[in-house]
Design a protein around this ligand. Sequence first.
Ligand code: COA
Length: 176
Amino acid sequence: MKNATTHWSVERLDTSIHERAEFDCGQADLNRYLKRYAGQDSRRGLSRVFVLCRQDEALVHGYYTLSAVAIGKDEESVQGTNHLPYDLIPAILIGRLGISQHQQKKGLGGVLLFDALQRCWCASKVVGVHAVIVDAKDEQASMFYQHFGFKPLTSVPNRLWLVMSSIERLIQEAQD
Ligand SMILES: CC(C)(COP(=O)(O)OP(=O)(O)OC[C@H]1O[C@@H](n2cnc3c(N)ncnc32)[C@H](O)[C@@H]1OP(=O)(O)O)[C@@H](O)C(=O)NCCC(=O)NCCS
């Protein structure tokens, strides 16, 4: 993952700088979101959008979104994990994540996901965040997330989660 990051940077979307018109990750709704809705969702505080570009270039090759969410205690207890004393559990949702088709299978999806997890972990230092949730588009995407340790939430199709303590371990392992 470290090699893959050498010439890449991940930064907050700036609609006046980043070029999104040609972005194509193979999923029409993810492409459309980046081109049409990402800017306005960012402005309204509905999501934060981060884009992957080559260093010092504006062309977007990948992106993800982060939003605060609360997951029902029932959703989590289905998994047989901690019996937490609240009905709603604070979490961060990676709602969308995509890599442009010509850059897929080169490790960049992993780079983007790890960057998202690091930002979630940093946020958890100042706001309580129990877990990170992802919405996978399909079975293939779900397998991608499971490759990194995410577990399916059986109550919501294609929604997976990873508890913050596991994310902290992943980050520490990467630093060693
Ligand atoms: C899913 C997606 C982000 C993966 O990006 P990518 O750059 O091709 O993935 P990477 O090359 O970084 O793969 C990283 C690791 O995940 C594994 N992986 C990738 N896709 C996988 C899959 N479908 N199932 C299992 N493992 C997978 C790779 O083998 C690799 O493993 P390694 O680190 O042991 O070598 C990309 O295919 C994509 O944008 N798809 C369309 C949009 C989409 O489905 N987004 C997902 C959620 S909404």
